[in-house]
Design a protein around this ligand. Structure first.
Ligand SMILES: Cc1cc2nc3c(=O)[nH]c(=O)nc-3n(C[C@H](O)[C@H](O)[C@H](O)COP(=O)(O)OP(=O)(O)OC[C@H]3O[C@@H](n4cnc5c(N)ncnc54)[C@H](O)[C@@H]3O)c2cc1C
Length: 389
């Protein structure tokens, strides 16, 4: 594997490092200490826009396949670096977020224009989000109960969603719903629901143990009416299965990013451990050195698997095993690194106002979001023995 970085990636990483140190880390710590998401009107978001963040990769009037996208490998390196400074702030950043990939891959030209268009040169911080999880359907995404019923030339949506990132501040929400809950995945479709649509909400911001800088909300959909044009991919036969495929393509693209985030959190924990050991003159102790060696080795191992998943994606080769392996491994490594660092810091780390205890809480979520570690391990095992899905 050749991971030589080009000049553009190097300077993007350097700029992100500076932004992370000076802005992201303090903003994330403040949100954590105040135990609330960064407010919508926080000047931080305007600064993001000035930096060029919050924009879509989609390019209007370009060939359908062309986006102003970086390589997956570069995206992973940037995701690692951002999470090193604060993973919660990274997710809080404005932009079309999780559903963007699905809309680019499966949306009609009108849908891209309408829903991604405002993110090309955003006039203000704008968000979008993807709503899959329900109170009774997390890992088993095929079990969702939010119902879509045809009504004349439109659709009526009824159901409830939970733990949806940035939902209350999103311009639109891509809602996963089913035409018939007894038919599992085949009956699922994704619908654009614009903020302010009658019957959408109220939004309740969830309490979280970590990653507090971004909002996770639950909300209900009560007789929410959307036009036919809001069905992702339209209603043509070729695109019938768009709904579930959209969800899954989002997740497959997302797993190595979560892995990269976890590697970033692990690195931050490792650096805290080394800083503390140096300050306390503990680096001469072989037990401390042994701990630092183990943390470093595992973090680097997780990074390699993650970059391998990214490299395969860049080469358009199947990466399902590597994507799941990277997430299962990196989330575990990050939790272990944060736990080891916390132990090393002793009472200093356990005080409740030290970065390390925040990293410890943040790391746990990396094992839960976008498919738990357990689910990743099941996917890997199934793929390895070629069981049907
Ligand atoms: C911080 C945070 C942000 C999130 N953001 C979003 C978001 O933006 N959009 C969104 O749609 N969702 C979001 N989620 C939801 C997340 O995707 C779900 O929490 C996740 O899919 C797990 O579902 P669950 O919580 O219902 O747990 P469950 O599915 O109930 O799982 C509970 C436990 O059982 C295990 N388990 C489940 N099924 C099996 C099985 N078949 N075999 C063996 N073990 C099994 C799981 O591994 C887990 O350990 C977010 C969650 C968190 C914590």
């Amino acid at each position: 594997m050749d991971f030589n970085l080009d000049e553009e990636t190097r300077s993007a990483l350097e700029a992100l490092r500076k932004w992370g140190r000076e802005v992201v880390r303090p903003v994330g710590l403040e949100a954590d200490r105040l135990s609330r998401p960064i407010p919508v009107d926080d000047p931080y978001f305007e600064r993001c826009l000035l930096r060029g963040d919050g924009r879509t990769r989609w390019q209007p009037h370009a060939d359908a396949r062309s986006t102003r996208s970086r390589s997956v490998l570069t995206q992973l390196l940037l995701a690692e670096e951002f999470a090193y400074w604060d993973r919660g702030v990274m997710i809080a950043n404005p932009g079309p977020g999780l559903p963007e990939a699905s809309v680019i891959a499966l949306g009609t030209e009108e849908q891209k224009e309408r829903f991604l268009g405002p993110f090309v040169e955003p006039d203000r911080p704008r968000w979008a989000c993807f709503a899959m999880t329900e109170p009774g359907a997390g890992s088993d995404a095929a079990a969702i109960q939010t119902r879509a019923t045809k009504d004349g030339d439109g659709w009526i949506l009824n159901g409830a969603k939970c733990f949806i990132g940035s939902a209350s501040r999103s311009d639109w929400i891509l809602v996963q719903a089913t035409l018939d809950p007894s038919k599992g995945r085949a009956a699922q479709r994704a619908f654009f629901v614009e903020q302010g649509t009658e019957g959408l909400g109220p939004f309740k911001i969830e309490k979280k143990m970590g990653l507090k800088a971004y909002e996770s909300s639950s909300f209900s959909l009560e007789n929410v009416r959307v036009p036919a044009s809001h069905l992702l991919g339209g209603e043509t036969r070729r695109e019938r299965s768009a709904g579930f495929k959209a969800a899954m393509s989002t997740f497959n693209a997302g797993r190595p990013v979560i892995a990269a985030n976890a590697v970033g959190i692990g690195r931050a924990a490792l650096d805290e451990a080394i800083r503390f050991a140096r300050e306390q003159d503990l680096l001469g102790d072989p037990r401390v050195r042994d701990r630092i060696e183990a943390m470093t080795r595992k973090i680097r191992m997780a990074r390699l698997v993650c970059l391998r998943a990214g490299q395969l994606a860049d080469e358009r080769r199947p990466n399902i095993v590597e994507a799941s392996m990277s997430k299962a491994l990196a989330a575990q490594v990050a939790q272990e690194a944060a736990s080891q660092a916390l132990e090393l810091l002793g009472s200093t780390g356990g005080r409740g106002d030290h970065l390390i205890e925040k990293l410890y809480r943040d790391a746990k979520a990396m094992d839960i979001v976008e498919g738990t570690g357990q689910i990743q391990r099941m996917i890997i095992a199934r793929q390895l023995v070629s069981l049907p899905r």
